[in-house]
Design a protein around this ligand. Structure first.
Ligand code: GLN
Length: 481
């Protein structure tokens, strides 16, 4: 086996080159990635399941194509990790919950099908917050994930394992899911690129539902270019998800190579109040850099931002309480037996769900109950419209919006677990993206004095991922030595 593959610095392109020049075979690469991931997992707990057999099968197909002189598909041999809320046929999918600890899905998510068809090699399923509910990855039933940049700190959540795997070098690409910030926030905390596409851009078929009107699948990668390659493949209409959009998928790579001179950028003032000073100055430097590239930067206002947190925790919990009703010990999930049917439900759900999931189900059931529906759920839907309208108004004047991803850097494991409200504040800058459905991403833009990564958030108009990638790509190139 080739032992000198520099896994942590690989990109899609460098893997292509390596395969073409026969520096390594896809099988050797898969073996090296699996061995590295298994070894590193004792440090970070980023993976819940490894898929040795499936990975080697996919890699063998790529090697076969090479031997037959066929053209390589765009992701030939690229090691990919998949968040464990995205179903994989024959491969355990737990949602980091006891209730699905032994669940083996009979089908693949559409995003998984599309990536494997283009040559990606799935090496395993990544740890996350239980049913994607959390901001630190401490809500996993299988133990927290540790941030590879500082092992005493959280990687962010809920897609912490997917972000950690790419940051650590065990996977070159990964898939995460974002309902309120779960791709961008861990990308920011771990120093990788993370993309939340427009709602409907990527099929949710096979994504275990948390809050269906907010859930997105999106990629993590080490470069903007690699993230765009993944999105290009998974984007587009899917008959199996009626909310997936018919809108054509742009050629992101052609678009991102255009310079950004003259691009109008808005800085929403609400996102800069209460920002930690260190994060503030790193973001400030990134904005100066955008100006140097010729962007025209101005202050804007997204006035309903202050309601996003309350609005999100009503809409998301309401939908979650309904979506999670299916885990009853009869249709899905491990069962705890009881004396009556109600007793089976009660015991199964009582043992199977963790504290945060139970808190959300209770909150959601409450806001949907007959007596409170108008006061909470209906009101939250109205506020959600106002938040979305803020973006529509802003995008009449600017082409992209730039802001921090999180008010702070990766915090210590245990620091916020006893204070759910402090934890929920991790997402104040990311929730609006999901509530309004616009595309948004995190691109690394610097580090704190302690060496903790900080991400720059970019928002664009609905279905205008091209402008988002163009800005991110130009920025990334200008700061990379
Ligand atoms: N942290 C937010 C929550 O706990 C967002 C989670 C997510 O995006 N999946 O709900």
């Amino acid at each position: 086996m080739s032992t000198n593959i520099a896994l942590p610095s690989l990109t899609i392109e460098s893997i292509r080159d390596g395969l073409r020049r026969k520096e390594f075979s896809a099988t050797e690469l898969a073996q090296a990635a699996l061995a590295f991931a298994e070894k590193e997992n004792s440090k970070t707990n980023a993976f819940l399941t490894f898929s040795q057999e499936r990975a080697l099968r996919s890699a063998a197909r790529v090697d076969d194509d090479i031997a037959r002189g066929l053209d390589l598909p765009p992701l030939a041999g690229v090691p990919l990790a998949v968040k464990d809320v995205i179903v994989t046929r024959g491969l355990r999918t737990t949602c980091a919950s006891r209730i699905l600890e032994h669940y083996v899905p009979p089908y693949d998510a559409t995003a998984v099908v599309r990536l494997e068809a283009e040559g990606a090699v799935i090496i395993g399923k990544t740890n996350c917050d239980e049913f994607a509910m959390g901001s630190s990855n401490e809500n996993s039933a299988f133990g927290p994930v540790r941030n590879p940049k500082a092992l005493d700190r959280v990687p962010g959540g809920s897609s912490g394992g997917s972000a950690a795997a790419v940051a650590q070098g065990t996977a070159v690409l990964s898939l995460g899911s974002d309902t309120g910030g779960s791709i961008r926030q861990p990308a920011s905390f771990c120093g990788v690129v993370g993309v939340t596409p427009t709602y409907g851009r990527v099929s949710r078929f096979g994504l275990v539902a948390f809050a269906s009107s907010l859930d997105h699948i999106g990629p993590f990668a080490r470069t903007v270019e690699d993230a765009a390659t993944v999105l290009k493949i998974i984007a587009g209409r899917d008959e199996l998800d009626s909310t997936s959009a018919f809108a054509p998928v742009d050629d992101y790579h052609a678009a991102m190579k255009h310079p950004v001179e003259g691009l109008k950028i808005g800085l929403p003032k609400e996102y800069f109040e209460g920002l930690g000073s260190e994060t503030g100055s790193v973001i400030g430097r990134a904005i100066e850099q955008l100006k140097k590239l010729g962007c025209v930067v101005r202050e804007i206002s997204l006035p309903h931002t202050k309601y996003a947190l309350s609005c999100y925790y009503i809409v998301a919990t309401a939908e979650a309480s309904s979506n999670l009703a299916r885990y009853d010990g009869v249709r899905y999930s491990s069962r705890t037996d009881g004396s009556t049917l109600i007793d089976v439900y009660r015991k199964t759900r009582g043992h199977g769900f963790g504290a945060e999931v139970k808190r959300r189900i209770m909150l959601g059931t409450y806001v949907l109950s007959a007596g409170y529906y108008d006061a909470y759920y209906r009101k939250a839907q109205q506020v959600r419209n106002l938040i979305a309208r803020d973006f529509t108004n802003a995008f009449a004047e600017v082409d992209a919006i730039v802001a921090p991803v999180s008010p702070f850097t990766a915090f210590k494991i245990g620091e916020k677990v006893d204070d759910p409200l402090a934890m929920y504040l991790s997402d104040v800058y990311t929730l609006t993206g999901d509530l309004s459905g616009v595309p948004c991403m995190s691109v690394p833009c610097g580090e704190s004095a302690e060496g903790l990564p900080i991400g720059l958030q970019i928002f664009a108009r609905h279905f205008d991922e091209s402008t988002m990638f163009r800005l991110a790509y130009n920025y990334e190139r200008s700061v990379k030595s």
